[in-house]
Design a protein around this ligand. Sequence first.
Ligand code: ADP
Length: 594
Amino acid sequence: SRNTEIKVTIKDLLKVFIEETKPHQLYFWLAVFGSAVRAFGYVLLPVYIKKIFDVFLLQESKEILIPVVFKLFALALTIRIIGWIHSNILFFSLSKLESKVMPALKRRAFEYVTRHSHEFFSNTFVGSLVSKINKFAKSYELFIDRFIIDVVSTFIQVGSIIYIVGQTSYIFSLIILCTACVFIFVNIVFSRIKKPSDIHANEVESKVTGYLADSIANNNTVSLFAAHDFENENFRKETKDQEIALWKKWSIGSLLDGLQGLVIIVGDFAVLYYAIVLWEQNMITIGTIVMFQLFMSGLTIKLWDFTRVIRQLYEAYADVYEMMHIFKTPHEFIDQPHAKKYIVQKGTISFDHVNFAYNAQGNNILNEFTLDIQAGEKIALIGSSGAGKSTYVKLLLRLYDPQSGSIKIDGVNIQDMTLDSLHLAIAVVSQDPILFHRTLMENIRYGKRDATDEEVYEAARRAHADEFIRKFPQGYDTFVGERGVKLSGGERQRVAIARALLKNAPILILDEATSALDSESERLIQDAFATLMQGRTSIVIAHRLSTIRHMDRIVVIEEGAIVEEGTHEALLKKKKGIYAKLWNMQAGGFLKEN
Ligand code: ADP
C-alpha cells in the first residue's frame, strides 16, 4: 500500500546526485571543460583536413604550396594535441570525481537504510537491499560518464557541425538537424515506453537476488528438509519471471536499434545526394565533400552513441529507482520534534492502558495493557506462545508505537525522549543472539565502544564467556562467522550477556532460551543472568518455571492482557490459578507453549 503512495521522479535522483557532487564540483566542471574542448577538437580537425585537400587541388607549383600545406599540417597537429590534453583532463577529473562521490553515495544509502524500522527490515530481503545500494552507487558512474563524455560533447559537436556546413549551404544544416532531431526524438519516445519494463526487470532482478541470498543463507535447513528440489523449482519460477522481463526490456531495445538504423541511412544518403547535386552545379569543392563525409561518419557514430546514452540513462534510472523509493520512504520512527535526550536513572516502567495491533485492521495484540514495574524490580513474563510477551518488549523498545495508551520510563513518555536515549537505557539479551562477523573482542565491546580491553575481559569473566573464549587458539581475536554461526547457542548468549554487562543499562530484557541447554551451560548462563540482573529493572520472558521462582513478581499474560500476577508463592496458593496449574503440570520443566 505504501509503495503506491510514494512517487519517485528523475528530479529526486538528480537532487541526490547534485547534493553529493557539490562538494567536489571543481572536478565536475573540469571534466565538462575537458569534454567540451575535446569535442571542438573533433570538429575542427576535418575543417583543416578539408583545407589541406583544397590546397592539393590548386593548380600552383609545389614550392608555393608546400609551406602552406605544412602550416595547415602544424595547425591540425596542434588542434589534435590540444584535444588529447583535454581528453586527459576529462578522464582524470572524472576518475577523481567518481572515486569521491560513489563511496559517499554508499554512505548516504547506508546511513538512511539503517535508520529504517524493525518493521521495514522484517519486510525486506537483506540480499536485495545490499544489491540496491550497490546499484545505486554504480549508477552515478554511469550517469556522470554518459552526461559529461557523451551528452556535453554531442551537443557541441552537432551544434558546431551544423554551423560549419551551414556556411556552404543551409540545406545541409537542415538535413543534419532533422536527422539528429528525429533520431533523438525516436529515442526518447522509446526509452519512455521502455521505462516501465526496465523498472519491472529490476524489481524482478532484486527479487531473484533476495531469493538467492535467503535460500543460500538457509541452505542447511534446505538440506535437512531434503528440500533441494523444492527450492530449485521455486527458484526456477523466479528466474522464469526474469526471462520474460529481460526479453521485454531487450526486445524493445532491439526494435529501437532497427528504427534508428533507418533514420541514419536516410540522413546519410540525403547529405550525399545533395552534395552530388551541388557538385554537378560546380558549387562545392572536393575538400568540402571530404569534410562532409568525415562529418557524417563522425556524426553517425556520435548519434548512435548518444542513443545508447539516453537508453543507458533510463536504465540507470530504473536501477536506482528502488533505492530512491527507499530514500523517499520516510523513517517510520523518528524523534519527535520536542524529543529530548534523557538519561534514565532509576528504570521504572509503566504501561498505562496500552492498546496495540500490528496492522490497523487486525486484532488487538495488547488490550488495555497496564503494568507498573518499580526500579530494580525483577519481573517474569509468562504466558502461552502468541500471548503478546514479545510484543510488550517491542513496544517498550519503540519498535512500534501503540494505537492508544502511554508507555513511560522514569515517568517520561518514551515518545518524548530520543530513540537513542531510550535504547541506551535498555539492554536486551535475546534467546538467539545474532553477532557481527567481527572478532569476539569487537562483539563484546559493542556494549560500550570506548571500553578498555581489561573492561571487556572483566565483563566476559562475569558472563562466563571468558573461559570458552580463551580456549580458542585466537582467543578474543577469533572471528565468529556470519551472524555468529561458529559459536553454540549457549556461547552466543554468554557473549551477548557480556556485551549487556558492559552496556550497563538500568533496564534489562532477557529472553530465555526455549531450547534445553546441557546442565553445565545452563548453570553458567543462569549464573551470568543473575549477575546481569543485579541492581537493574529486569524483565525476563520465561519459558521455564524453575528459573523464575526467585523473581520479585511473576506476570501471567493471556491474549494481550494480564490475567494473574504475584510472587511464586502467592500464585501457587491460588489453587485454581493458571500458574498453579502450570506448575503442577510440569514442575521444573518447560512451560508448555500453546
Ligand atoms: P509471545 O511473545 O507471547 O509468544 P508475540 O508478542 O510474539 O507473542 O505475538 C503476539 C501475536 O502477535 C501473535 O499472534 C503473533 O502472530 C502476532 N505478531 C507478532 N509479530 C507480528 C508482526 N510483525 N506482524 C503481525 N503480527 C505479529
